[in-house]
Ligand binder design. Structure first.
Ligand code: SF4
Length: 373
C-alpha cells in the first residue's frame, strides 16, 4: 500500500481510477498541509477517504521528543519509525520569524563512518522511505512543543545519513515537497549535502537541476581525508570535485563546500594550501567558484578526540584561507544546548547505540539565499 505523502498529484491520478487532476491536487494539499482534513464531511475529506481506500494510507512518524533551544530558535524532533528506530529532524529559524528551514534525515544511521560523526558511529540500519522524508518536513511545520507554526521555506538534507545513497527516495521526496499542491517549497530552496558520491551528484544535476548541492570536504589532503572520511578510498576528492564541476556547469548553481576545522588536525598552513589548490582547480574546471563555508566544530565531551579551534587558531586559519585567495564564510552552527547543531544529529542513546560524537561536516545553518550557491 502506498503512503499518500510519497505521491505527487499526477501519480495519484494514475493510482486512483476516475480521480480528476483537480481532485488529486486537493487531496495532496490536504495530506501535506493538513488544512481541510479536519472539517467533517468536507468534500476534500470525502475525496481523501476515497483515495486512501483506493491507493494507500497516510502513515506518520511518532514524536518521541521535542526539544526547543533556550539559546536560539532552533528546535529538534526525535521521531520514532514503525520499526522502532529514532531519526531526528531540526527546524532552523530564518530571519523572518514566520519562516524556517527543515534539516531532514535521509537514512537511519550511515554506512560511511566519518570519524568525527555521531551518525557514522551508529552504523547503517536502513534507508528512509519517501514518505518518511516528507513527513519530517510536515511535522516540523507545526508540532506541539515547537512553538508557533512556521512556514517551511527550505529543506536541507544534512541530517542523519548520506542522501545520495538513498537518491531515488530523496528525489521523489523533493518532487512531492516542491509541488504547489503539496508543501510548495521551491526546489531552489532545497540543498542536498553529500560527503561525495560522484554518480549521485551527476544524477542530481540531470534529474533535479534546480536543487542546490553542498559537499563536505573534511580535508583536501588525501591521506588525512581518508582517515577522517573513509569515502575518500572509494571516491577521491578529485573525482568528487569533477562531478561537482559537472553539476555546476549543468545547473548554473554554485556549490557550497563545507569545511570544519578540527583543532590541530586539518587546520595547518599545509591544509589551507591543499584546500586552496583544490578549490582553485575546481574553479578552472567548473568555470565558477565554490562557496566555502567554514563551520565551527561542536565538541560534545571529553571523550571526543576532536576539539574546536581556539579563537586565535580560528582567526589565523581564516586569515590563511584569505591569504590564499579564498573567501570563507563562517557559519553559526546553532543550538548546542539541544544537540541540533551541525554534526550533532545521532539520536544519541537510541537505535541500540550510544553514539556520543557529533557530525560537524554539515552546515546546518542555511538561509534562503545562502544555501549552496
Ligand atoms: S558525515 Fe554524513 S556521510 Fe559521514 S558518516 Fe556522518 S552522516 Fe554519514
Amino acid at each position: 500500500m502506498l503512503a499518500l505523502q510519497a505521491l505527487t498529484a499526477e501519480e495519484l491520478v494514475r493510482s486512483v481510477e476516475g480521480l480528476r487532476p483537480d481532485e488529486a491536487r486537493r487531496i495532496v494539499s490536504a495530506v501535506n498541509r493538513g488544512l481541510p482534513v479536519d472539517v467533517p464531511f468536507d468534500q476534500v475529506r470525502k475525496l481523501m477517504i476515497t483515495a486512501v481506500r483506493a491507493a494507500g494510507h497516510v502513515p506518520t512518524l511518532a514524536i518521541k521528543a521535542v526539544e526547543a533551544s533556550a539559546v536560539d530558535a532552533f528546535a529538534k524532533l526525535a521521531l520514532l519509525t514503525h520499526d522502532d528506530r529514532v531519526i531526528e529532524a531540526v527546524r532552523i529559524p530564518l530571519e523572518d520569524p514566520t519562516r524556517a528551514s527543515a534539516c531532514v534525515s535521509s537514512q537511519v544511521g550511515c554506512a560511511l563512518a566519518c570519524s568525527f560523526c555521531a551518525t557514522g558511529r551508529m552504523g547503517f540500519f536502513r534507508n528512509l522511505e519517501t514518505w518518511e522524508i516528507v513527513e519530517q518536513v510536515r511535522l516540523l511545520r507545526h508540532s506541539e512543543g515547537l512553538g508557533l507554526p512556521r512556514r517551511i521555506h527550505g529543506v536541507v538534507f544534512q541530517g542523519m545519513g548520506e542522501p545520495l545513497l538513498n537518491l531515488d527516495r530523496v528525489i521523489a521526496a523533493i518532487r512531492v515537497m516542491s509541488q504547489p499542491s503539496g508543501l510548495a517549497i521551491d526546489m531552489k530552496a532545497m540543498t542536498v549535502c553529500t560527503s561525495g558520491i560522484p554518480d549521485g551528484i551527476r544524477r542530481m544535476a540531470l534529474e533535479v537541476p534546480r536543487v542546490r548541492l553542498g559537499v563536505s570536504i573534511g580535508s583536501a589532503r588525501r591521506e588525512k581525508r581518508s582517515l577522517l572520511m573513509p569515502v575518500e578510498r572509494l571516491h577521491s576528492l578529485d573525482d568528487t570535485l569533477e562531478a561537482v564541476a559537472f553539476h555546476a556547469k549543468t545547473t548554473g548553481l554554485k556549490p557550497m563546500v563545507a569545511y570544519t576545522p578540527l583543532d590541530g588536525v586539518n587546520d595547518s598552513d599545509e591544509d589551507a594550501d591543499a584546500l586552496a589548490e583544490a578549490l582553485q582547480r575546481f574553479a578552472v574546471v567548473a568555470g565558477t567558484s565554490a562557496r566555502l563555508s567554514v563551520i565551527p566544530y561542536n565538541r560534545e565531551n571529553d571523550a571526543d578526540p576532536y576539539r574546536r579551534q581556539t579563537p586565535e587558531r580560528r582567526l589565523s586559519f581564516l586569515d590563511a584561507l584569505r591569504a590564499r585567495g579564498l573567501h570563507p564564510h563562517e557559519r553559526y552552527s546553532g543550538s548546542g544546548d539541544i544537540a541540533a547543531a551541525c554534526g550533532q544529529l545521532a539520536a544519541r542513546g537510541e537505535n541500540g547505540q550510544g553514539a556520543s560524537m557529533r557530525k560537524p561536516e554539515r552546515d546546518a545553518v542555511v538561509s534562503p539565499g545562502d544555501r549552496a550557491g
